[in-house]
Design a protein around this ligand. Sequence first.
Ligand code: ZN
Length: 137
Amino acid sequence: MIGQKRPKLTVKQEREAYAAATLRDYGNEFNNVGQCQRCGITGPCDRDHRQGRTAWNTTPANLQLLGGAFGCGCHAWKTGNPAEAILAGFSVPRTAEPSEWPAWRYGVGWVLYLDEPDEGGCWWKPITNEEAAALMS
Ligand SMILES: [Zn+2]
């Protein structure tokens, strides 16, 4: 990252981010079962970095559960289809800020993920198709 503004995250901060995102996506941090945010199947999931992992971006807004190799396989789909995954809301370009890049959430639609829950305890802010398209252009 050029002009690095944020300190590297500590192991504790990363652990808390994984726990928050896992609960947000209806997962169980002890057995890796959760809801894939691409297809909605509940099964074995990976805790995926929407933007490729760095020392700074293991944050709730940059994490999502996607089905792993023993589940629906959506994580492998994302890895194998990087350009399509960005447009579908499952990847964040290297130069973007994950909390400002639209995500597709199963059963909800386009959202911006939050790094802290809002006043109501929700970890995302729904946005319209038009807002998502504008943010991604
Ligand atoms: Zn899936």
